[in-house]
Design a protein around this ligand. Structure first.
Ligand SMILES: Nc1ncnc2c1ncn2[C@@H]1O[C@H](COP(=O)(O)OP(=O)(O)OP(=O)(O)O)[C@@H](O)[C@H]1O
Length: 160
């Protein structure tokens, strides 16, 4: 019993000491993170070149360097018109009437058949800023939503 008591008192003193040490370490690391040098970034390097028309990307020429890589057979053909995709009448109205789109951009014509036509697969798509990628994943999400079901049905995780 005496041994047990001495052990527990030893333990609590050790514990107290560790907690103190731990506080010191926290204070030290806070100081370190405040004083660590930042990478130098000049304002000029962050400037956006306004002379570049972002929406030019919507009209990528047919021979632009877009590659599609799919495993196995590829039953997908690119869509020339939004009607070539199995979109609901409501989504087609939204595209043509509300958004005023006339035809799919290059990235849309290639990726939308992959997104909207079975067999559904995971997709990684890469294209210029302003080339219409948002429409690709939004149409993919909306085409799977049941408007009669009042519950969250899709999740979009996006870093921008
Ligand atoms: N098929 C289309 N026809 C006409 N305009 C379109 C079409 N698709 C998208 N747009 C318009 O082009 C602009 C850029 O599209 P969007 O934001 O989808 O591009 P993005 O590739 O997602 O851009 P970012 O890389 O900056 O996120 C938007 O104003 C959008 O409404």
């Amino acid at each position: 019993m005496a041994d047990d008591d001495s052990t527990s008192s030893k333990d609590s003193s050790v514990t107290g000491k560790l907690a103190d040490e731990s506080d010191d370490v926290t204070a030290e690391s806070e100081e370190l993170s405040v004083s660590s040098p930042a990478v130098e970034v000049t304002l000029d390097s962050l400037a956006i070149d306004e002379s570049r028309n972002v929406n030019n990307s919507l009209d990528d020429p047919a021979d632009s360097n877009i590659r599609t890589v799919t495993p196995g057979d590829t039953p997908y053909t690119s869509a020339v018109r939004f009607e070539d995709l199995s979109l609901s009448p409501e989504l087609l109205t939204g595209l043509y009437v509300e958004m005023g789109f006339q035809r799919p951009s290059k990235i849309q014509s290639i990726s939308l058949p992959m997104i909207l036509t079975p067999p559904f697969k995971n997709l990684i798509a890469q294209a210029h800023n302003g080339s219409g990628k948002t429409t690709c994943f939004v149409l993919g999400m909306l085409s799977h939503v049941d408007p009669k079901l009042a519950a969250p049905q899709t999740l979009c995780i996006c870093p921008t």
